[in-house]
Design a protein. Structure first.
Length: 168
């Protein structure tokens, strides 16, 4: 379980870091707009309902250099293969001269040639590792629940993604 979470976090951080190196760096001074905590978008109770299992309290991570805040709900049962990870890249948490969520999303989307297009969520969305990727206004959202090739998980990703976008 931990290895899947670490892999997902590593993928997002690595890709985001690569993008940061491609333009925009500088200080990590966020803009003055409200910064959203992704754990506020899906409560522990909601996450348990989605996964159908008891969950630990969320783990929170952030990478201010690319405007990323991450919320991870792991199951109490070790080795279940389930988790709920919500990543939110937001303009209000980015350095003033950093990449925009739109540029990060577009660049990442270009790297996934076999991505599954998803209609009806945000401005644009697709499924590729580690899960659902959504561009919604000035937000780039990622949602992971485990194996993103599993059709049941794909449907769950879409359900969760729609709910989160409605709260942005």
């Amino acid at each position: 379980m931990k290895s899947k979470w670490i892999y997902s976090l590593l993928c997002i951080t690595l890709l985001s870091s690569l993008l940061l190196g491609c333009g925009g760096g500088g200080g990590a001074t966020p803009t003055a707009a409200k910064i959203i905590d992704p754990c506020d978008l899906v409560s522990k109770t909601e996450a348990q309902q989605y996964l159908g299992q008891p969950l630990k309290d969320p783990e929170k991570k952030e990478t201010a250099a690319v405007g990323l805040k991450l919320c991870v709900y792991n199951t109490v049962q070790e080795g279940s293969g389930k988790l709920l990870q919500i990543g939110l890249t937001q303009q209000s948490f980015m350095p003033k001269n950093g990449q925009t969520p739109q540029k990060i999303y577009d660049s990442l989307k270009g790297n996934f040639t076999n991505a599954l297009k998803v209609d009806g969520i945000g401005n644009d969305a697709f499924i590729a590792p580690p899960g659902l990727h959504v561009l919604a206004g000035n937000y780039y959202l990622t949602v992971a629940v485990g194996n993103s090739n599993d059709p049941k998980n794909q449907e769950l990703l879409k359900t969760i993604g729609k709910k989160i976008v409605s709260k942005l």
